[in-house]
Design a protein around this ligand. Structure first.
Ligand SMILES: Nc1ncnc2c1ncn2[C@@H]1O[C@H](COP(=O)(O)OP(=O)(O)OP(=O)(O)O)[C@@H](O)[C@H]1O
Length: 619
């Protein structure tokens, strides 16, 4: 029915619970009592009771049938209890496997668990549990009920057993023959659902990145393609249901037709009317419902079981020793080993992309003269709702073209809000934002994208080639420039691991740090003169983060870094600190004297990780 892993795991689960299975079989046999006796008791009730004019005798035989039904119903309760003893431990084993796999992946991804995939896998474990239980129920139900009905039929009228068993076997054969195709379509449907989920989740997680890049239409069309693919897979699966109906028709209804057509001949051969009626009882109350249940159960839940378990087995390794934190991937943990990647040794000229990035910078304010500032905020006030506390009140700030500014502050102070306002992603309640002299209010997204690049914490990486992703904001840029940017940002090991610029990217297979690195190179290559990094390097280790910031600091143009490490602030020429109601602006040393919040942040950061005090910003 499915891959060897599924079969092996299923058999192992069953073998490990032999005792519980034995109990299940015993209670199933008792439960099948009405199926075994039903036809025979009805035959006797008719022949020896009602047709013989013995009404009471007929009722007595039927009372026997009622007793058998009661015994069967009582056994059903025990069946469910035994079923739980087989299914629940299997579910626990799978859950342990999934949790272990998630821990392993989280460790590799740099300490952050992928909550979406954990939720998906946990949901899949529940699907496997339910479908495994359902499958066991219908398969053993079929074996015991159909077996009992055939046995009873054979005892009642041996030639009839053969006439009924033949179409039943043909129906089962049709069903079994269609199973591989059904499994394949079911697998396609599950994969399509997963691809859709991944695509939608990464689009939602990276929505700021998507909007900042003006990539909404492209992302919508990506997700739309996935939706269509999933709908197609669902439709194909629905068409396969016709095969199930065919096997039910042949195996369940053909025996009834055979019996009805053969009845006159059988009676002429000496078979009693009660026996014919009893045979019909065996077919319609035993064989037919059992076949129906097994075909629907295996063709529906059984397929889901096989495909879903297969997914779990592929994505979650069997539990083993705890994952080691030293298995960091190249992108997150890559030290600056590729000759020219070290921040302290690279020259400005070497790290400036020749044909990408912004026009040459004009230097900090003062020398700018007629050049408008890169960012000019005037009387900026913003709140998230009419009754919310203002996040920013009357903020005025100028960042000169070519300047490198860090923004720091406690969590929730408003740093990301400031980044969104500066990028023009949200309009201020009052005040103005100008980028290179252009007001963000009323400026089209495409025009804003030419002025600035915002790199948020959750980077969006689309499916397609690595090269396509890196060129997204500068489509015409040549390979040499892209490769130079990759080296400058320390993404060489990632490029090698992925197999070059033409390699296809599976965004879900990248760690959060790798996605940030791809987005950083993409932003680095953009022609926009202003780069805003909003905790955009938080998943990189400090060395790689320094490499990336160093690259941006020497890229040309203006750099605003929403900092999450003190090293970013010490690298910047000026620091904006959210201290109380009004942000303070100054140099690192200046703010150490003036701002208690800044002193506190620096103290906290230094406790966590001593800053690398290599001055990487521009002089
Ligand atoms: N979409 C939103 N709707 C309502 N309130 C919001 C929204 N986004 C942020 N806030 C609130 O605005 C304030 C500033 O949030 P913001 O994310 O800008 O802070 P931050 O300094 O970037 O924090 P962190 O360092 O934790 O990211 C916080 O009180 C936050 O709860």
């Amino acid at each position: 029915m499915s891959g060897p892993g599924v079969r092996r795991t299923t058999w192992a689960a069953l073998r490990a619970r032999r005792r519980a299975l034995g109990r299940l079989a015993a209670w199933s046999a008792v439960e099948a009592l009405p199926a075994l006796l039903g036809g025979a008791l009805v035959a006797r009730a008719v022949d020896r009771g009602f047709l013989a004019g013995q009404f009471g005798t007929g009722l007595a035989w039927l009372a026997g049938l009622a007793a058998a039904v009661l015994v069967g119903a009582a056994a059903s309760g025990r069946v469910y209890r035994s079923l739980g003893a087989v299914v629940e431990p299997f579910r626990d084993d799978l859950a342990a496997r999934v949790v272990w796999g998630a821990l392993r992946d989280a460790t590799r991804a740099g300490g952050r668990a992928d909550s979406a995939s954990v939720a998906r896998l946990t949901h899949q474990v529940e699907v496997v549990r339910d479908t495994f239980g359902g499958l066991l129920l219908v398969v053993r139900g079929f074996l015991f009920t159909a077996g009992a009905a055939l046995l009873g039929l054979f005892a009642l009228a041996p030639p009839l057993a053969g006439a009924v068993a033949a179409p039943l076997l043909v129906g089962l054969a049709v069903f079994a023959a269609s199973l591989p195709a059904m499994v394949a379509h079911q697998r396609a449907q599950v994969s399509a659902g997963e691809r859709l989920g991944r695509s939608a989740a990464s689009a939602l997680a990276g929505h700021r990145d998507v909007v900042a890049c003006g990539a909404q239409e492209r992302v919508v069309s990506d997700v739309d393609r996935r939706v269509t693919a999933q709908a197609d897979a669902e439709r194909t699966l629905a068409r396969m249901a016709a095969l199930r109906s065919l096997s039910l028709g042949v195996g369940g209804w053909l025996p009834v037709v055979v019996l009805v057509l053969a009845a006159p001949w059988l009676v002429r051969q000496g078979l009693s009317a009660g026996a014919v009626l009893g045979a019909l009882v065996y077919v319609t109350t035993g064989l037919q419902p059992a076949l129906h249940a097994v075909v629907q159960g295996v063709g529906g839940g059984g397929l889901r079981y096989a495909v879903t378990l297969d997914r779990i087995l592929r994505t979650s390794p069997p539990p083993g020793p705890a994952p080691l934190p030293s298995t960091r991937p190249a992108a997150d943990g890559a030290p600056a080993t590729d000759g020219d990647a070290g921040p302290a040794t690279r020259s400005d000229a070497a790290s400036s992309p020749p044909a990408a990035g912004p026009a040459p910078r004009t230097g900090p304010a003062g020398e700018a003269g007629s050049v408008p500032p890169a960012v000019a905020l005037r009387g900026l006030t913003f709140r998230y709702g009419p009754h919310a506390r203002p996040v920013l009140t009357d903020l005025t700030l100028t960042v000169a073209a070519g300047e490198h500014v860090a923004v720091v502050g406690p969590s929730g102070a408003g740093k990301s809000t400031l980044a969104a306002l500066v990028s023009g992603l949200v309009p201020p309640e009052s005040g103005t934002v100008h980028l290179a002299g252009v007001p963000t209010a009323g400026t089209a997204p495409q025009e804003l994208a030419r002025l600035r690049v915002l790199l948020p914490q959750e980077a969006y990486v689309r499916t397609g080639s690595l090269g396509d992703n890196l060129r997204y904001l500068h489509p015409g840029v040549d390979d040499a420039t892209v490769l130079a940017a990759v080296r400058t940002l320390g993404a060489g090991p990632l490029l090698s691991r992925l197999g070059g610029l033409d390699a296809d990217l599976d965004p879900a297979a990248l760690s959060a740090g790798e996605r940030q690195l791809v987005a950083a190179v993409r932003a680095y290559l953009a022609p926009a003169p202003l780069v805003i990094l909003d905790e955009a390097t938080c998943h990189l280790d400090p060395t790689l983060e320094a490499t990336v910031e160093h690259a941006f600091a020497h890229r040309g143009g203006t750099l605003v870094v929403i900092a999450h490490r003190i090293s970013s602030a010490t690298r910047a020429r000026r620091v904006v600190v959210f201290d109380g109601d009004r942000p303070l602006v100054g140099t690192h040393d200046d703010l150490l004297l003036r701002s208690p919040v800044y002193r506190e942040l620096v103290g906290h950061w230094e406790d966590v990780a001593p800053p690398a005090r290599v001055p990487l910003g521009r002089p």
